[in-house]
Unconditional design. Structure first.
Length: 119
């Protein structure tokens, strides 16, 4: 099966087009010709890895632009972690301040009730 499939990939019966190329037929690819042309050309040349990547990018919409490098990815993740940490710290600080405000309010109310009771 693999041998016959690879022979057909290297020797397509007609020039590769989206409707007649054996890989396009086998995979059931129904994409515009401009999207499939680099895929079909690379498959006809025997570039198997290109098929997998190009089909995924052209049909299922990979991100536009260059692929993020490992260093950039780590930097982005570090920045996101710092942002989350800062947001959590701000939220905790707000909770603490609100708790203190409520406690002071209770003290004032209690002192006012005591002063009223003594009169």
């Amino acid at each position: 099966m693999v041998l016959s499939l690879s022979w057909h990939l290297l020797h397509p019966p007609v020039p590769p087009t989206p409707s007649t190329h054996p890989v396009a037929k086998a995979l059931g690819l129904r994409a515009p010709a401009k999207d499939l042309q680099p895929v079909l050309a690379s498959v006809a040349d025997g570039a198997w890895m290109s098929l997998e990547g190009e089909v995924g990018r052209s049909l299922w919409g990979a991100r536009e632009g260059p692929v993020e490098s490992e260093r950039d990815r780590r930097e982005r993740l570090r920045m996101e972690a710092e942002t989350r940490k800062a947001e959590a710290a701000a939220k905790n600080k707000a909770k603490i301040l609100e708790s203190r405000r409520r406690k002071q309010q209770k003290k004032r109310e209690h002192a006012a009730r005591r002063a009223k009771a003594q009169k």
